[in-house]
Ligand binder design. Structure first.
Ligand code: UDP
Length: 249
């Protein structure tokens, strides 16, 4: 798979359909791995947490979740085929998995949310086997791993603990967890459960989903300040010509 280097993070240049095909192929081959869906904020965070870059690049699928990454690719003359939001990827993946009777586990969000999401997802994707769920406020990581392993193995475990917590969790425990694929999805369980609304289509189409989230949750402003910093760094990298394929920032 071709990659696009965005400040050292190697994104896979795939469409949503190709990403789903790649994930299904890995599940069928029982090839373990984890999927990450970084946005501009996370790529920018890699500058202060350098080990995060390697951990993202070690994922079997690195999907561009956010319009900031797509603009950055254009500026850096890297090829990406558009945004592949984690939640859209998960939805399309579950639709395919449902047809093949595959199984999932839901880890994350506040108590009660994952269970509610399980009910909604089972209705939406008849045939999908939701083997279990557990909230994201566990005392020890071992507790969360045990909760997943207790159901006796799943094709995919969605790990929704927010970034970069979920990426660190998946990278550390992928081998110990009895799931073929782990998939980090941020706040998606809240959306699946219906406790948080996703931006209306018009915001998504205009690349303004981040703005809608800011309107709904003004406390995100601190986190979102990394967006302009990310864009300035991308522009600086372009102007100085300092990025070569495979370089870290
Ligand atoms: N969360 C969790 N455990 C934690 C911290 C957060 O399960 O220790 C959940 C939180 O309840 C929410 C999600 O992780 O459901 C993070 O959502 P957010 O929208 O902040 O994530 P993002 O998509 O921006 O990474």
């Amino acid at each position: 798979m071709k990659t696009a280097n965005i400040l050292g993070v190697q994104f896979h240049a795939v469409t949503l359909a190709q990403a789903v095909d790649a994930a299904i192929a890995r599940i069928d081959a029982h090839q373990k791995g984890y999927v990450v869906t970084p946005n501009a904020e996370i790529v920018y965070l890699c500058r202060s947490e350098p080990d995060l870059t390697k951990l993202l690049n070690d994922a079997c699928l690195v999907l561009p979740d956010g319009i900031g990454i797509i603009y950055a690719a254009k500026i850096l003359h890297e090829t990406l085929y558009g945004k592949v939001a984690g939640i859209d990827f998960a939805d399309a993946l579950m639709a395919r998995m449902a047809k093949e009777g595959k199984s999932i586990f839901l880890l994350g969000a506040k108590p009660g949310v994952a269970e509610q999401a399980a009910t909604v997802l089972q209705k939406k994707h008849p045939g999908l086997i939701v083997k279990g769920w557990s909230d994201g406020y566990f005392r020890t990581d071992d507790e969360a791993i045990a909760a997943i392993n207790a159901v006796g193995g799943v094709d995919v475990a969605f790990v929704c603990l927010g970034a970069p917590k979920q990426e660190r969790f998946m990278s550390a425990y992928a081998e110990r967890i009895d799931a073929t694929l782990l998939c980090g999805l941020g706040g998606s369980l809240d959306v699946f459960a219906g406790t948080v609304q996703r931006a209306p289509d018009i915001f998504i189409r205009l690349g303004l989903e981040w703005f809608y989230r800011l309107l709904k949750e003004p406390k995100r402003i601190g986190r979102m300040m990394s967006l302009p910093k990310f864009m300035l760094t991308v522009l600086g990298t372009r102007l100085s010509g300092s990025q070569k394929k495979g370089n870290t920032p």
